[in-house]
Structure formats: C-alpha cells, structure tokens
Design a protein around this ligand. Structure first.
Ligand SMILES: Cc1ncc(COP(=O)(O)O)c(C=O)c1O
Length: 464
C-alpha cells in the first residue's frame, strides 16, 4: 500500500493533482480508466480476506448489480416525492424488511412500528438521540437531559449528545464479560434521563450488552432504550435463526424503543445507508423538522439531511431483495463458522485471552506480551486488524472475504509467526497503535500530530 499512499496527495506521482477547476473537461474513457486502475489497486488490498471488517460483502458481482440499481436513480432527489414515488416504495419496503427481521410483529397492537433510512450508522444513532430528546422534551418536559451509554458504546452517541446539548453518562463495562454494568446504569437513571443504550454487538469487542435487564430498566422508568445493531443488526438475527449461540436483542424486548441496523455493513448494500427502526411511529415522527414560514414553501424533512439520493434507496432495496432471507442465512452461516474457527486459532495461544463471549467479531488481550507487536507482524503479512485501547487489544471482524477457502489456515500459520515475533520483541516499542481506521506508514508518530495530519489530509486543498 505504501507505494500509493504518498502523504496528503495519494496518486499524485502517477495521475497528477487537480489544483483548481480544469478549463476543459477530460475524456470520459480516460477518467473511467483512471478510476478503474485506482479501484483495482485498492480492492487488491482486501480481496485476500486479510482485512478486518470494512468490506462486508466483497462479492464483485453483487457490487456490480447494486451499482447498476444505484445508477438508475442516482439523479433522483428523494425530497421531491411527487416526481419519485419510487423513493417512498423503496424506503418503505427497506424499513418493512428491517422491522420484520427485528421482530416488530411482537410489538403490541397499540403501537405502530416505523423507521427511516439514514446515511449510515452514525446518522442512525445521532438521529435516534435527537428523536429521544424531542420525545422527552415534548412528553415529560425534559430540557437538556442525559443519555446513559456503555463505555464501549460507539462514539456516535457522544456525537449526538454533543450536537444536541445532552449530557453523556458513561457506564463502565465488566473486564471479563465486556458487558455494561447494569447496576451503574440503574443507579444513574433520574428525571433527566432521555434514553439508555446497549450494543448488539459493540464495535470493539463484539459483545452484546445485557439488553433484557436494560429493557426492564427502560420500562420501569418509562425512558427510551436504543439497541445499537449498526454492526450486528443484519447478521445476529440470521445467526440466531441458524442456532449459533447468539440472540438478537430486538423488539421482542418490550423496553426497546429504537434499533439501528446498517444496510451498508452486513446488509451488503452500498456505503452510505443504514436503517433506524422505532417501536412507535410517534418517536420516528420526532425526527421531522418543519419550517412553515420559509419563502421557499412549507419545508419538512427528517433527520440531518435535506435532499437524499434516490440511488442509495434503490441500491439498498435491490441488495436486500436480491439476497432474500436465504441469501442472508447462507452468508451468515459462512461468517459465523469462520469467526469461531478464527477464535479457536487465537485461543490456542495460551498468552492470549479473548474478551467475553463474542461471535462474528472478537477481540483479544494479553498479559504476557504486547499485542501491538502481533499487529505489526500481521501487517507485514498483509493483515489489517483494528487496534483497541483501555485495555490494549486487537479485534477482528469477520466478513465474507475471510470465508474464502484457505483463509483460516493462512491465518493460523501467520498468527503463530506473529505471536512468536511478539514474544521475541518483549518490551520494545511497537509501531502500530490504537487508532480507528488504518494509517499510511508516514503518519506514524505522536497521536495528536497523527490525528491533525489526518484532518489536514482530509480537509486541505492541494497547494499550487
Ligand atoms: C457498533 C457500531 N455502531 C455504530 C457504528 C457507526 O457506523 P458508521 O461508521 O456507519 O457511521 C459502527 C461502525 O463500525 C459500529 O460498529
């Protein structure tokens, strides 16, 4: 990868840098050839099945089909529903499928389950925080309330609190099980509590929080409970149906008010889509912003976005209906089997301990050696784990590319070498660190510098 990640200006040497508006347009063929070339190189990085998470499907044939569906509606603005009733159909049916998968049929008849399609997991979570804030404000007169979330909960909940002026109360997790401390949550619920949170699974350790207990608390105090199924929402239900030792905590738990489940992860849809399902339409409708006095006309739209892409809805819908229940089950079976086989490989090394009781995504720590040395050695062999902190750990999220024949065997072989390397390195400083997302080698260094370099790289305009 290092040959193509030249600092802030990747591909500059080969394809130049656009420093301002080009006077004349370029030939389409040339542009497509350049894009194809770049895409091929970057795809090569994960197609061997050595990258944790991120590339959930990896089936180029499926991507091509989803892309074709996207193309047919990429120009469509879903806020203009009179000229694109298709958007109403696609969004409604995506939500109908998500609600079905999440057992909305168990919701009592006085409620009307509903949902919305958002631009991703963070959008779904932030939107849920907003909906719960608005609900608490309207129904209970709570202004500037609080959200109680596990320390292992995704930063998107904190982002939501930050954006919407709520206080975050962070509940600790148990070192052995990785689950949130329910007693802490119970002790901190008060009149200002807008919602509590549990993950299924959390990102870092792949742990499902004790959602039955959280559901009881939510019911007892009549507050919201969001289940973060961004990662697990589109795979745990199938794992449960296949009798793997997992259960999706969904609307069967009566205290659950909202569930996020990402179509752009194990829904195998295009990047940029997620579902946010609600037990009751009233909560979903809290997401709508209405401006009746605007000279541009009475305006209303849900959530953060205004215009949204019809292409995204069409492509997400196409991904789901093309696979159907049987397609998702087949893929889930391969992923769970592979994940348990990889966990066995890790557990065969006495120096390592897997945190809690995970499934398709798992993390391990070590008291005996520095796990970042394992990461360094695995990276040399083309593997890309995710580095975690508090405690130092590595995680692997198993996706379809790992299910290809031979990947687990190669993993076992490379992993044994990496553990031996780490033992050899002892207390020496390891090159890799706990930063979400990978880093090109030249960004290695002090964490604050690293983070500001990434921001510079993402926000800067190339100098002349
Ligand atoms: C458990 C969990 N929640 C939320 C998110 C946020 O999703 P996104 O990156 O699509 O915004 C992630 C992303 O990995 C996740 O794993």
């Amino acid at each position: 990868m290092s040959d193509i990640t030249t600092g802030h200006y990747p591909y500059a040497e080969e394809f130049g840098v656009v420093r301002g508006f080009p006077d004349e347009g370029r030939e389409r063929e040339e542009i497509l050839a350049e894009l194809g070339d770049i895409a091929d190189r970057e795809n090569r990085f994960w197609r061997e099945g050595r990258v944790s998470g991120t590339m959930y499907c990896g089936d180029m044939d499926h991507y091509e089909f989803v892309g074709e569906a996207f193309t047919k509606f990429l120009h469509v603005n879903t806020i203009q529903r009179d000229i694109c009733p298709s958007a109403t159909r696609f969004e409604g049916e995506i939500i109908a499928m998500a609600l079905d998968m999440l057992h909305a049929d168990s919701i009592d008849s006085g409620r009307e389950p509903a949902g919305t399609v958002t631009s991703g997991g963070t959008d779904s979570i932030v939107s849920s925080v907003l909906a719960h804030r608005e609900e608490a404000q309207a129904v209970r007169g709570v202004f500037g309330g609080q959200v109680i979330l596990p320390s292992s909960g995704h930063p998107a909940f904190r982002k939501g609190c930050h954006l919407f002026g709520l206080e975050e109360v962070v509940a600790p997790t148990d070192e052995t099980t990785g689950q949130v401390d329910v007693d802490f949550v119970a002790d901190h619920i008060n009149d200002r509590t807008v919602m509590i949170v549990g993950s299924a699974t959390n990102y870092g350790h792949g742990i499902i929080d004790p959602l039955e207990a959280l559901s009881d608390l939510a019911l007892e105090h009549d507050i919201g409970l969001h289940v973060d199924g961004c990662l697990g929402g589109f795979i745990l239900p199938w794992g449960e149906a296949l009798d793997f030792p997992v259960v999706m905590p969904d609307f069967r738990l009566p205290g659950v008010t909202a569930i996020s489940a990402d179509t752009h992860k194990f829904g195998y849809g295009p990047k940029g889509s997620s579902t946010l399902s609600f037990r009751d339409k009233q909560l979903r409708n809290r997401l709508y912003f209405l401006d009746q006095g605007w000279p541009g006309g009475k305006y209303f739209s849900p959530g953060m976005a205004g215009s949204r892409s019809g292409g995204m809805l069409a492509a997400t819908w196409a991904s789901m209906v093309s696979l159907g229940r049987s397609g998702y089950l087949e893929k889930a079976k391969a992923i769970f089997e592979t994940a348990y086989a990889m966990q066995e490989v890790v557990s065969s090394h006495d120096e390592l301990r897997i945190i809690g009781d995970p499934s398709f995504v798992f993390a391990f720590v070590s008291e005996a050696l520095n796990v970042y040395h394992i990461n360094d050695a695995m990276a040399e062999l083309g593997w890309r784990f995710n580095g975690l902190q508090f405690p130092d750990a590595l995680h692997m999220c198993v996706t379809l590319p790992q299910t290809a024949p031979g990947v687990v065997d190669t993993f076992a072989e490379h992993f044994a070498d990496a553990v031996a390397y780490a033992k050899d390195k002892g207390d020496e400083h390891a090159a890799s660190q706990a930063i979400y997302g990978g880093l090109p080698p030249e960004f290695d260094g002090f964490v604050v510098d690293t983070v500001s370099s990434i921001l510079d790289a993402q926000l800067s305009v190339p100098p002349a």
